[in-house]
Design a protein around this ligand. Sequence first.
Ligand SMILES: Cc1ncc(COP(=O)(O)O)c(C=O)c1O
Length: 404
Amino acid sequence: MKEQIHLPKCKGVLNKDDRPEVKASELNLFGDELISDVLAFQKSHPLYSNTPLIVLDQLAKRLNVESIQVKDKSHRFGLNAFKVMGGIYAVGKYLAEQLNKDINELSFAELKSDEVKQKVGEITFISATDGNHGRGIAWAARELGQHSIIYLPKGSTKARLEAIRNEGGHAEIKDMNYDATVKYSADLAKEKGYVIVQDTAWQGYEEIPLWIMQGYAAIAKEIADQTKEVPTHLVLQGGVGSFAAGIAAYYLKRYRNQAPKLIIVEPNLADCYYQSLNSPNQEIRPVTGEMNSIMAGLCCGEPNLTAYQLLKKYAYASFSCDDELAALGMRVLGQPLRGDESIISGESGAVPLGLLYHLMEDGNKDDLRALGLNQQSKILMISTEGDTDPEGYLDIVWKGHYPN
Ligand SMILES: Cc1ncc(COP(=O)(O)O)c(C=O)c1O
């Protein structure tokens, strides 16, 4: 029987009994040298500047842990979310492959040049998205002089649709859930000769999602370049799991058995990692139907296959959370204790902090011991988005929607 943790606003399962020695050779695609090259390409965009790593000393004292650090990815290329780190690398790498060149030899400016445009011709990139990934793809395609078509699932907000259109993408909301929208986009790509740039892998479609994961892993490299502190815990959001797997893979490769414990956080309405890791043989258990969580970015019912293999092996625990924890995280980050810096973090960005807060305030000793959370714990989180739904953000932070 797997060890379970039940609290009023979340349930968790520990995966630690299955945690093997870290096999570095399995993680060669996330080694420091390779990921440094990925980051070097991302940095070649003229708008690149490092995003802040914020230390919340007062909150750490209050929650009785040694440190809490939050990487604020809302500042990335002015897009209010981290996702473009994957999109820019995947689109760049695709164009480099078309030119038969190594991306290390190419800068963003070169890929944008008329000469390259003449060689590769007009390309339409297509993708399905909750909002953030699609905005990143639309931005990257436009920046590189190419086209994009982006589909959003049923229930997506107008603000997120408009944000994609503002980046030059042709964007529409479809009357189907996220996973069906992905399938629709993949089928259309085949029919029309578009290039699908999806942030999740399935059998036969693995290369571009790997580039996207490597693009995300560069965030871990940015953090490692900003601080010498090696965290004891990484608390990371799970949608399809590409993000968590990319970050975790970098840490595992770099620090091996000293790598931080990884805790995956999902909304309870789209908790495919929790359900799968909690099942007897840890087979993938997709979540289907409408997923109406406020954590729109995490409303994915099917894991990325590559990411799932990695996380099944190396994740320490997985949590399924109520929307109230995302709202709590948004308020705590936005309205910090005196002395701590305020972070504008959206629903999907703030849920790790909401979970940590709930665990430290309401978890019993056994729960915390099982997770290895104590006064020596050094927690690292990534606020993966800012207020990508600005009205929804104010409803929660100002008007107190989703109270605890
Ligand atoms: C803001 C935000 N955070 C986290 C994630 C999770 O990323 P992944 O789907 O790769 O697990 C997403 C996915 O879209 C997102 O938009």
